[in-house]
Design a protein around this ligand. Structure first.
Ligand SMILES: NC(=O)c1ccc[n+]([C@@H]2O[C@H](COP(=O)([O-])OP(=O)(O)OC[C@H]3O[C@@H](n4cnc5c(N)ncnc54)[C@H](O)[C@@H]3O)[C@@H](O)[C@H]2O)c1
Length: 443
């Protein structure tokens, strides 16, 4: 069993740590935020991620938490799991990675520094030089990008589709690959640059699929097709597959927005204009804003209207608000003079949202007197939104389903007006007074 040191107690670092501990390794996790370390020492997980509290409790004797980088000195593997946010220019900010390299204690000759943070291609070579310059040329370097998805992070670690190991030295690669041997996942062995690119390319491809189906959804809206059926029919083609073909309000989160920008900048810094990726990013930006157009179409002018924003994180099963579409939608609604009441089952702190958004204590509280309810995050709790007490509580029974969570026919049968993404919407579906207004405008 190995001794593993981890820099960063965020989603990637903590999940990696508790999972390796569960596989029998001794793990020490270092972070720079004292409150995080205090919470973890008490057994509290500082964010919402299924399975992590259980693994933390079950493996407490193999896990320790520290603020002191010297405490990882005896480790065989040093995993870098720090955040790499975008800089103002869109490039990845590697300052935290460099801090780790600078703070690395003098570790043993068998130690390997393992990069799990998502970094631009070429970072490994620079870190290798940095280690050498610090007199740490005996420390190996391996790129081992992380593919976990928040909400399923433990499952993704324990049952990965693949493990990518990019190494300068085969023995270092073997050592890191051996940590995953009990997981029986395919291992892709390659050079460091290729490992770094695999992570960026995989994310870019997933984003491309989402923007693609969102564009198809927008054409469906213009032509009367139903994107849910279209995606089903497309996804059954074995050459394409069904994943990431769900139309909605676009992606968000801590990874896709920054990784798409980082890859775009990486390409342009290298003299290449990555045209497709630029379009993929732009489609995603516009997709969030289409909600405003839909509300206008149904409600006419927006100032003074009340809108319930249902669901806040960028996806369910997490409380991660980083780059959540709800932030852009709330900002646009406030700018239009709309009163916004937000409800979420796990996020109760609205600091990520613009000032002016009110927090509702329940779905019913959020929709009370509302002119529209917008589903932003597809929480299972919202599957039962189209019910009598909700309709009666609303001033106008309009549901804008930004995630195609609901069955349009069932929602309409309950007396609601329904607007999804890429699904047919007829004039008879528009609220009576809005239909009249549209008729007046036309005549
Ligand atoms: N969150 C995801 O779903 C996901 C998935 C795959 C890859 N990644 C990548 O993994 C990296 C980490 O992502 P995350 O979501 O876990 O980030 P995070 O912000 O949740 O966690 C990063 C942690 O690193 C800590 N930190 C900063 N500087 C440090 C230092 N010098 N020493 C020790 N700790 C330090 C921070 O305090 C924070 O707790 C990023 O590069 C990200 O792109 C994230």
């Amino acid at each position: 069993m190995a001794r593993i040191g981890i820099f960063g107690a965020g989603w990637v670092g903590l999940v990696t740590g508790v999972c390796f501990a569960d596989l029998g390794h001794d793990v020490v996790i270092r972070d720079v935020v004292p409150e995080k370390i205090d919470a973890l020492r008490r057994g509290d997980v500082p964010f919402h991620e299924d399975g992590v509290p259980e693994l933390l409790g079950r493996n407490a004797e193999r896990l320790s938490f520290t603020l002191d980088p010297a405490d990882v000195a005896g480790c065989d593997f040093l995993f870098v799991c720090v955040d790499t946010p975008p800089t103002y220019s869109g490039d990845a900010d590697l300052s935290r990675v460099w801090t780790v390299v600078d703070e690395l204690p003098d570790v043993g000759s068998e130690a390997v520094l393992v990069m799990k943070s998502t970094v631009p291609v070429g970072t490994g070579e620079k870190v290798r030089h940095g280690l050498d310059a610090r007199g740490l040329s005996h420390v190996g370097y391996v790129s081992n990008p992380e593919f976990l998805a928040e909400g399923h992070a433990v499952r993704d670690f324990m049952r990965p589709d693949r493990v990518v190991v990019g190494a300068f030295d085969d023995a270092d690669g073997d050592a890191v690959a051996s940590l995953y041997s009990s997981l029986e996942a395919p291992v892709v062995r390659c050079d460091v640059n290729s490992a770094e690119m695999i992570k960026l390319a995989a994310n870019a491809f997933l984003m491309t699929r989402i923007s693609f189906i969102n564009e198809i959804a927008n054409v469906c809206e213009a032509t009367g097709a139903d994107v849910v059926k279209v995606a089903e029919g497309v996804g059954l083609d074995h050459r394409l597959g069904p994943h990431f073909l769900r139309a909605g309000l676009g992606w968000g989160g801590s990874c896709f927005p920054k990784d798409s920008l980082a890859l775009k900048q990486l390409a342009s810094n290298s003299g290449y204009h990555f045209q497709l990726l630029s379009a993929v990013i732009e489609v995603n930006e516009l997709q969030k804003r289409r909600v405003i157009g839909k509300l206008k179409r149904h409600l006419g002018s927006l100032p003074g209207k009340k809108v319930a924003l249902l669901g806040l994180p960028f996806k369910p099963d997490t409380d991660d608000m980083r780059e959540a579409p709800s932030i852009v939608i709330a900002s646009r609604l406030l700018a239009e003079g709309v009163e916004v009441r937000a409800w979420d089952p796990v996020v109760s702190d609205l600091k990520a949202l613009p000032r002016g958004v009110e927090l509702a204590s329940s779905v019913l509280d959020a929709v009370d007197g509302a002119d529209a309810a917008v589903i932003v995050t597809e929480w299972p709790e919202l599957a039962a939104l189209a019910r009598t007490e909700v309709r009666e509580a609303m001033a106008n029974p309009l549901i804008v389903d930004g995630r195609n969570l609901l069955d349009p026919a069932a929602v309409r049968a309950e007396g609601f007006v329904y607007e999804g993404v890429g699904r047919p919407s007829s004039l008879t579906d528009v609220l009576p007074e809005t239909a009249e207004r549209e008729h007046e405008l036309e005549t």
